[in-house]
Design a protein around this ligand. Structure first.
Ligand code: FAD
Ligand code: SF4
Length: 471
């Protein structure tokens, strides 16, 4: 009963799904977390207090009905939980795996104050994985076709979020992507130890079953022109991500042995998946002393990939302290367990060269200044603290900037001073660009961020498109 439920958290602590043995984790490209059993999922979900004003829902960027689906899981109503979780989220099984829950839903959970937050992410993953395996599929039986069709450029989380809402409203989405599989960075970026590739393969089958059409291996601007799409479709959605790697602008950055983070990760995914077109593109760090520069999710994925490639030693060097790292705390802890060494308050100033190759990174120690106008504490170099850290390979993981294609100009879509597309949420038609027929969302609008925020923007842009098409 309710009274018993309200005190469940005292007797039952937070229990995350088991992790694979460390030795397997350090060599295998498979997800490290096991799945909850039905009993574990029910017991953990039952810990939810069902707060009157659930902070977790507010903090979740797609505003999932978290206490409601936790209650359904605790009662064993899995299909109802799956139906409910899909009302707000296009890819719940992905978010359950890769959201930085400690900064979002679980960070806001009332029980996070000493008792251990409810395992919201693992429960969200459990609901969708299990319901899909048992045959649950989105119910499309009441959808009435409108005869309208929308071209979506980019099959990442933003494009998929947009397609999901449109197809459920009877609009035909046709999604174009230059890659051979859907998912964007979910497939060609985030490594398998966080998100196995079979997850997106199954999702593609489900989306196709719902009526979404994918034109893969099709680059807009090369294999099909934007003019053709503009002519043929009632509206366009741009969800093409951010792919221009930010540089450190220090000496030696272009030396052999220095790698940009995303090509490094993608070369590894392509090698593992058999998508490799040029074997020379594969960067293998076996036996090398590796230094990864940066402190975000991408840096964490690089260090953990290097561990699995059997690097001799892996160091992550970040210019602020651990408290101010942008990456998920869960992933930092996982990296540490897997043997990664962290050096905080270290700023690279030069890649050191030996016979034409990188052989180390010259670092200066930093201290953090008071928060600036953005609220972030900027690192200040400490004079005289320079040291060289020896390395055979250096990976630069400083984040990404939008790189809008040339054809955007012919569409008359405005960009801002950092090349992001201007498509505000707060306006008559949400996420509409300066061209009324064109909408945009995800990383190419807000800058590189999170899977869940890209999904939200894609879904909201679809609402804007439906209003614009008067549906
Ligand atoms: P993308 O996922 O980049 O998708 C854009 C798609 O557009 C791509 O498939 C691309 O091929 C396609 N495209 C681009 N141009 C064209 C064209 N001309 N024609 C056809 N197709 C085109 N976020 C998290 O929440 N948790 C994490 O753990 C996490 N880890 C990350 C790890 C790495 C290494 C990176 C790089 C990012 C990570 N992120 C993580 C961020 C997250 O992946 C992105 O914020 C999210 O994928 C953005 O979605 P999007 O749809 O805007 O763009
Ligand atoms: Fe938490 Fe992300 Fe799921 Fe929202 S989508 S409930 S933030 S794991």
């Amino acid at each position: 009963n309710r009274l018993a439920n309200n005190f469940q958290f005292i007797d039952v602590g937070r229990n995350d799904p088991d992790k694979k043995p460390l030795q397997a984790r350090k060599t295998e490209y498979t997800e490290i977390y096991d799945q909850f059993t039905q009993e574990e999922a029910a017991e953990q979900s039952y810990r939810c207090l069902e707060c009157g004003n659930p902070y977790c829902e507010w903090k979740c960027p797609v505003h999932n009905f978290i206490p409601n689906w936790l209650k359904l899981v605790s009662e064993g109503n899995l299909f109802e939980a799956a139906e409910l979780s899909h009302q707000t989220n296009t890819l719940p099984e992905v978010c359950g795996r890769v959201c930085p829950q400690d900064r979002l839903c679980e960070g806001a959970c009332t029980l996070n104050d000493g008792f251990g937050a409810v395992t919201i992410g693992a429960s969200e993953k459990y609901i969708t994985d299990t319901a899909l395996a048992m045959g649950w599929r989105p119910d499309m039986s009441k959808v009435v076709p409108t005869g309208k069709k929308v071209a979506i450029i980019g099959a990442g989380p933003a494009g998929l979020g947009c397609a999901d809402i449109l197809v459920r409203a009877g609009v035909k989405p046709v999604v174009f992507d230059r890659y051979p599989e859907i998912g964007g960075l979910l497939t060609f970026g985030i490594p398998e130890f966080k998100l196995e590739k079979s997850v997106m393969v199954l999702r593609r089958e489900i989306f196709e079953g719902m009526g979404i059409e994918f034109r893969l291996n099709t680059e807009v601007g090369k294999d099909v022109t934007i003019e053709e799409l503009n002519e043929e479709y009632d509206a366009l959605f741009l969800g093409m991500g951010t792919y221009k790697a930010m540089r450190g602008n220090f000496r030696g950055e272009d030396l052999p042995g220095v790698h940009a983070a995303l090509p490094y990760l993608v070369s590894n995914v392509n090698h593992n998946l058999g998508y490799e077109q040029d074997p020379k593109a594969y960067v293998n760090l076996k036996g090398k002393r590796v230094v990864v520069l940066g402190g975000g999710d991408t840096a964490m994925d690089c260090v953990r990939t290097a561990v699995r490639q059997q690097a001799a030693h892996v160091i992550c060097a970040y210019r602020r302290d651990e408290e101010n790292m942008p990456g998920s705390r869960k992933e930092v802890a996982n990296a540490r367990e897997e043997g990664v060494e962290f050096l905080f308050n270290r700023q690279p100033i030069e890649i050191v060269e030996y016979f034409g190759r990188a052989c180390g990174v010259k670092m200066v120690e930093t201290e953090l200044a008071a928060p600036d106008a953005t609220g972030r504490r900027q690192p200040q170099p400490i004079a005289g603290s320079e040291r060289v850290l020896e390395a055979d390979a250096v990976i630069v993981a400083f984040g990404f900037q939008p790189s809008p294609p040339d054809w955007l100009q012919s569409l008359e879509v405005a960009t801002n001073d950092w090349n992001g597309i201007v498509a505000p949420e707060e306006q008559l038609y949400k996420f509409q660009t300066s061209n009324p027929k064109v909408f945009a969302g995800g990383d190419m609008v807000r800058g590189s961020d999170l899977v869940v925020t890209a999904i939200w923007e894609g879904r909201q842009a679809a609402e804007g498109i439906l209003d614009y098409l008067d549906i």
